[in-house]
Write a protein that binds this ligand. Structure first.
Ligand SMILES: Nc1nc2c(ncn2[C@@H]2O[C@H](COP(=O)(O)OP(=O)(O)OP(=O)(O)O)[C@@H](O)[C@H]2O)c(=O)[nH]1
Ligand SMILES: [Mg+2]
Length: 401
């Protein structure tokens, strides 16, 4: 698995609740700050329409799941400790926190949209805290963190480039490799700011700060989960966030509702496919009145917002923000099977702009060595090894013997 999604945010906003709902791993959830200290790591799923219905086959998935024509693809989810202002200087669980951010390819910033927690996560009356402040603060923490990593070493970087005549890109890439920044991202950042034309000795603080800002955007792209939408005060805040924070994708969520639904479904009380806009009560007689009331309240929230938003937030992170594609490789393009006869067994998530050859490499190095071309199974068309993959393609890789 190559996608790691990090859940970040100040304490007490619902990160662990989101994590528990998405993974069904039992973790500690409590109404006070710093409940989570060690990060929780688990498997969550993104959801796409499976191709089984379109091809009219009954599939037997191996690396994913298919529920009534919806394919659920595993991704790694990490629930990180809460972040408080000044973390980049080591406040709170600062350094530990940032260490876990390093590994994530995309972040879901869980925000308390109801405004019922202050800047450090202590409970306050709903509507008191402006969640937009929380978004801006986290952004600043991440930028300052990157800025400080660069700043600390800048004199050395200058010496290496100007006296030891090393290439700026190579030196920066090495310095930033721990942050998961690729060469392409680095080049893009340098070009956008026209810093590639400037010698590092002449960069001023403002250059360094803008550079850190762009690196943040490129290397740790972010989705905002505007959480706690079940609290009435959240509604106006969510609307305002959508108006004022155009730079981010904002997904309204109720992690608590999703967790309740998944648990009820696990117990067989309801039928709910994660990500659906609604659910069905299976056995009304076995529900206690307060359970039924709680479920009906959740239904109202879902009607209003189109669902609980948890799967939507994960999907937005993987497909919209990272731009990944999900591809179904098969060995037999007529039967849509692998070599063992499993129908549509696997689906792979690949980064934006991946090619047929990238897919082959991902399946097996031997397949990549022997690959000559591929078939787009939907159209029957031949694809070269450098052809770009598209989302929901079914592909047969043709190999020489
Ligand atoms: N109303 C409402 N409450 C929620 C929601 N999600 C989480 N909560 C509550 O918010 C409180 C904090 O939840 P946690 O999941 O522990 O928060 P956290 O962000 O992991 O907190 P730390 O680990 O301390 O950083 C708990 O009382 C949850 O029940 C939600 O969608 N709606
Ligand atoms: Mg937590």
């Amino acid at each position: 698995m190559n996608v790691q999604i990090g859940l970040v945010g100040k304490p007490n906003v619902g990160k662990s609740t989101f994590f528990a709902a998405a993974t069904l791993v039992d973790v500690k959830i409590a109404p006070y700050p710093f409940t989570t200290i060690e990060p929780n790591v688990g498997i969550a799923y993104v959801r796409i329409p499976c191709v089984c219905r379109e091809f009219n086959v009954k599939d037997n998935p191996r690396n994913s799941m298919c529920i009534e024509g919806n394919r659920f693809i595993p991704v790694e989810l990490v629930d990180i400790a809460g972040l408080v202002p000044g973390a980049w200087q080591g406040r709170g669980l600062g350094n530990q926190f940032l260490d876990h951010v390093r590994r994530a390819s995309v972040l879901i910033h869980v925000v308390d949209a109801s405004g019922s927690t202050d800047e450090e996560g202590r409970p306050v009356k709903p509507g008191t805290r402006d969640p937009i402040e929380d978004v801006l603060f986290l952004e600043k923490e991440l930028v300052m963190w990157m800025y400080q990593i660069l700043k600390k070493d800048w004199d050395r970087i200058v010496r290496m480039v100007e006296y030891a005549k090393k290439d700026l890109r190579t030196v920066l890439l090495e310095r930033l490799s721990g942050l998961g920044i690729s060469e392409r991202e680095l080049m893009q950042a340098l070009q956008e700011l026209e810093l590639d034309k400037k010698s590092p000795g002449s960069w001023n603080d403002e250059d360094l700060m803008r550079f850190a800002e762009i690196l943040r955007e490129l290397s740790k792209p972010m989705v905002i989960a505007a959480n706690k939408i079940d609290i009435p005060e959240a509604e106006d805040n969510v609307k305002r966030m959508m108006r004022e924070l155009k730079k981010y994708k904002i997904v309204p969520t109720s992690a608590e509702a999703e967790l309740a639904l998944r648990r009820a479904a696990q117990k067989g009380l309801i039928k709910y496919i994660p990500g659906d806009p609604d659910f069905e009560i299976i056995d009304k007689a076995s529900l206690r009145p307060e359970q039924e009331k709680a479920l009906e309240k959740i239904r109202e929230i879902m009607r209003k917002w189109g669902g609980t938003g948890v799967i939507q937030a994960l999907n937005t992170a993987v497909f919209d923000v990272l731009g990944m594609v999900a591809v179904f490789p098969v060995a037999d393009e007529k039967k849509l099977t692998d070599t063992e006869g499993n129908v549509l067994p696997d689906v792979y998530l690949l980064p934006r702009d991946s090619t047929v050859l990238d897919l082959a490499r991902k399946i097996h190095s031997e397949i990549a060595e022997k690959a000559v071309c591929a078939i787009d199974v939907r159209t029957g068309r031949k694809l070269s090894l450098d052809a770009k993959l598209q989302h929901r393609m079914v592909i047969r890789i043709v190999t020489r013997r």
